[in-house]
Design a protein around this ligand. Structure first.
Ligand SMILES: Nc1ncnc2c1ncn2[C@@H]1O[C@H](COP(=O)(O)OP(=O)(O)OP(=O)(O)O)[C@@H](O)[C@H]1O
Ligand SMILES: [Mg+2]
Length: 498
């Protein structure tokens, strides 16, 4: 008898404390005769309320009135079903049910576990995979387009050298440059959410980026009041400043578009420490973060819109008004910086975006600004690019700036030229993505030959933060294609004057 008591005690302890809902159903009457703590909790009821009820009121509501289990004696093993709570919510569960016979009576023993968290993770993973696939595609397209734009830009720049600014042709060439710039802005957006498309990461005070971008924005949109609340000693972030500006401008523009009659934008920055238990979807590392919030008093969004806003090409703005790339780019950039973005919005109650970015230990460096003029020089430059068009026009542009130029169409060729002209080359402008020996490899080989070598990396794209890796290995600067003569001339001086 003692044994019996012991085992009954054990069974009831398991029944009450196991992390799965368990209910016992009378097969003849379909009523719940017993339910454990977890089952009661999941249904959001009390044990008293549950017992005696028809099972499909809570469990598998879909099978109401026609139950394959009790009526045909079947069993189910780990089926995905839903549970109905007392307040009408559906909880996805993984369920197992077996018929049992206790004291000459037939019952059904059902156990189920809550799948809400798993479902959420699944959809998060799906979303991440989708973004990654599109990102790879976008990056490839952007890279090729930037090379084409570089060719057009280069030819236009060269032609402009031959014309006096007073001639009508000069104006037309300027228009070509404008169009190239538009094209480059679009590829920049594509690169924004492409994998690892970040270029120039610098220790940055995010308050300054927000101040700069929001005042630029506010000046042109008088119907919007911008309120700012900055954390005074904001932690440093290591970010690509141009990309961060794009992130905020996109958020402001969306906010403005959501407030056709005018309204307010609230900007706030904060230092936050996330602990292990502050579970923030998408972030699993505890530590120091900078949190930036952008809120508006606009029309808000319903759930269906909210779920899709980060999808590339998702827009509610009608053909010709929005491309739906804004938030996809924002998402990609934030993710590329190791951060996360979350949205809170209700129809009619405005929208808030929270961005968390990992803080850095470094301190902010002040930029020295170079004037807008074209800067010339007389040094010798080795130019490396596999695109013939880019190589030819860039060579001519460099020569027009006064430089002596050797051109190489591949990494191998570049090494050859460098060995031959040893000591006479002051700067190498190196394309990153080339067939055969890549820019990264070429850089490493050149550095073996001359450890202090000055190299300016150029690319229409950066794969997997590859550009950043090369910069970290001692490459002096990055040149985003397509570039104008002015930018090229500045970058060269910056690189040579360090
Ligand atoms: N602050 C906001 N308030 C209300 N809805 C918003 C807000 N921000 C974004 N949305 C919704 O998310 C959609 C996607 O935004 P996203 O910036 O990606 O594209 P878009 O603004 O439509 O086009 P694009 O930015 O390419 O010009 C918008 O069409 C809009 O429905
Ligand atoms: Mg937008």
């Amino acid at each position: 008898e003692k044994k019996l008591k012991e085992s009954t005690g054990l069974i009831s302890a398991i029944f009450e404390h196991v992390e799965a809902g368990i209910v016992l159903i009378d097969s003849a009457t379909h009523t719940i005769v017993n339910a454990n703590r977890m089952a009661v909790e999941m249904c959001g009821a009390t044990k008293e309320a549950l017992i005696g009820k028809i099972c499909h009121k809570y469990i598998c509501p879909a099978a109401a009135g026609d139950c394959p289990l009790t009526d045909c004696g079947q069993s189910i093993d780990k089926a995905e079903q839903v549970l109905l709570t007392t307040d009408g919510r559906e909880i996805p569960v993984l369920k197992t049910a077996v018929p049992v016979r206790i004291a000459e009576r037939d019952y059904l023993l059902e156990s189920f576990i809550d799948m809400t968290e798993r479902k959420r993770l699944e959809s998060q993973l799906l979303q991440a995979q989708k973004m990654e696939a599109i990102g790879t595609l976008a990056g490839g397209i952007a890279h090729d387009f930037n090379n084409i734009l570089m060719g057009i830009q280069g030819i236009a720049s060269l032609m402009m050298l031959d014309f006096d600014p007073s001639q009508p042709q000069y104006e037309r060439l300027k228009l070509i440059e404008d169009q190239v710039k538009r094209g480059a802005d679009l590829t920049k957006q594509l690169l924004g959410f492409a994998r690892g498309g970040r270029y120039e990461v610098k220790p940055t005070n995010i308050n300054e980026i927000i101040e700069k971008s929001s005042s630029m924005f506010g000046r042109t949109r008088k119907e919007i009041a911008v309120h700012r609340k900055y954390e005074k000693d904001i932690w440093t972030l290591e970010v690509d400043q141009g990309q961060m500006e794009q992130v905020f401008l996109n958020l402001y523009v969306n906010a403005w578009q959501a407030m056709p009659g005018g309204g307010s934008i609230y900007l706030e920055t904060q230092n936050v420490v996330l602990e292990e238990h502050d579970h923030l979807p998408g972030l699993n590392r505890p530590g120091r973060y900078v949190k930036v919030s952008v809120s508006d008093t606009g029309m808000g969004m319903d759930e269906k819109t909210r779920e899709r806003i980060f999808d590339p090409f998702f827009t509610t703005k009608g053909i010709g008004r929005g491309t739906g790339l804004g938030l996809a780019m924002v998402y990609g950039i934030i993710k590329g910086h190791g951060g996360v973005i979350h949205v809170y919005s209700e129809p009619g109650h405005g929208t808030t975006f929270h961005i968390h970015l990992p803080a850095s230990e470094k301190s902010v460096v002040k930029e020295k600004t170079v004037s807008g003029a074209i800067l010339k020089g007389t040094e010798t430059i080795l130019l490396v690019d596999d695109e013939k068009m880019v190589l030819e026009v860039s060579k001519e542009i460099l020569e027009s700036l006064g430089y002596r130029v050797f051109a190489a169409g591949s990494g191998q060729e570049a090494i050859g030229v460098y060995m031959e002209k040893k000591g006479r080359i002051d700067l190498v402008i190196l394309d990153m993505i080339m067939p055969g020996m890549s820019g990264g490899e070429t850089f490493d080989r050149l550095r073996e030959i001359h450890p202090g070598i000055a190299v300016l990396l150029s690319s229409g794209y950066s794969v997997n933060g590859q550009a950043q890796e090369i910069l970290d290995r001692g490459c002096r600067g990055f040149l985003q294609k397509p570039f104008t003569t002015e930018i090229l001339s500045k970058k060269i001086r910056e690189t040579l004057n360090v």
